[in-house]
Design a binder for this molecule. Structure first.
Ligand code: IPD
Ligand code: CA
Ligand code: CA
Length: 267
């Protein structure tokens, strides 16, 4: 991997993160993209800053980002960006959000960076080279039982109008895990899983920019990631199940609903 790719991703994440941190509590005008799906002025400013940083170094690369049309370029290189993951938190001044930047070559994610400016935590991974939190190599947890695990999830923005809104799985897991957190940033949730703070994560209807960087970080930290049936995970798919690997089968059983109703109360 070209050193300049990593340096550019880290620089862009750092600049955008600093901008977001400095403006927390001043999100600016809020626009509604859906009933509960918002975008703030700071989402767009962060996006502009990241795009500018990347295009200055790599004017020939494509860019897929949340708040504007995809910038298509010939050639195999594309950046996939969420300029602010955790917008709802951000708009309320709840300090759990991040910037997510992935670099893709011919459809394969080669590098990912997720930056939480509030804690100054930078999660990174290069394909085949492990995952890091700042300078420290990270690894998923060794919790073996779902009943002892701390899980994370989120709900899709169409939850008021779609039956596939995760409330059923949420109830099933709530009765079987030690506890569940709904913190509001899928990319950070996945990085918390990669660093052993969470043991499992599931969510549906995520977008490529939510998961492009963090899914590589999970894999490189030794985690397992799949769809809800255990098939190969895709950043373009509808389902994301990630875990420390040890509780993956148990989580798949819960998602498949092929579970003994009594198991929730067995331990
Ligand atoms: C959202 C967050 C949230 C998840 C949503 C995402 P945004 O991204 O990651 O945790 O539950 O599904 O869309 O809109 O804050 O970038
Ligand atoms: Ca997002
Ligand atoms: Ca976003």
């Amino acid at each position: 991997m070209e050193k300049e790719i990593i340096e550019t991703a880290v620089k862009a994440a750092g600049r955008a993160g600093a901008l977001l941190k400095d403006n927390l509590g001043r999100a600016g005008k809020i626009e509604y993209k859906g009933a509960v799906n918002i975008v703030t002025e700071l989402d767009r400013k962060s996006e502009d800053l990241i795009i500018e940083t990347i295009l200055k170094a790599f004017p020939g690369h494509g860019i897929l980002t949340e708040e504007r049309e995809e910038l298509k370029k010939p050639g195999p290189f594309r950046w996939i960006i969420d300029p602010l993951d955790g917008t709802t938190n951000y708009a309320h001044g709840f300090p759990f959000f991040c910037v997510s930047i992935a670099f893709e070559e011919a459809g394969v994610i080669r590098f990912g960076a997720v930056y939480d400016p509030m804690l100054d935590e930078l999660f990174t991974a290069e394909a085949g080279k492990g995952a890091y939190l700042n300078d420290r190599l990270i690894h998923v947890s060794d919790v073996e039982d779902l009943s002892r695990s701390l899980l994370a999830t989120g709900f899709p923005y169409d939850l008021r109008t779609s039956k596939e809104n995760n409330l059923d799985h949420f109830a099933d897991f709530t009765l079987r895990a030690q506890a569940i957190r709904r913190a509001g940033s899928a990319a950070l949730d996945l990085c918390y899983l990669a660093s052993g703070r969470f043991d499992g994560f599931w969510e549906m209807k995520l977008k490529p920019w939510d998961v492009a960087a963090a899914s590589l970080i999970v894999k490189e930290a030794g985690g397992a990631i799949s769809d809800f049936k255990g098939a190969e995970f895709s950043i373009h798919g509808n389902e994301c199940l990630a875990s420390n690997g040890l509780i993956h089968a148990e989580m798949l059983r819960v998602l498949s609903k092929k579970i003994d109703k009594k198991t929730a109360f067995a331990r």
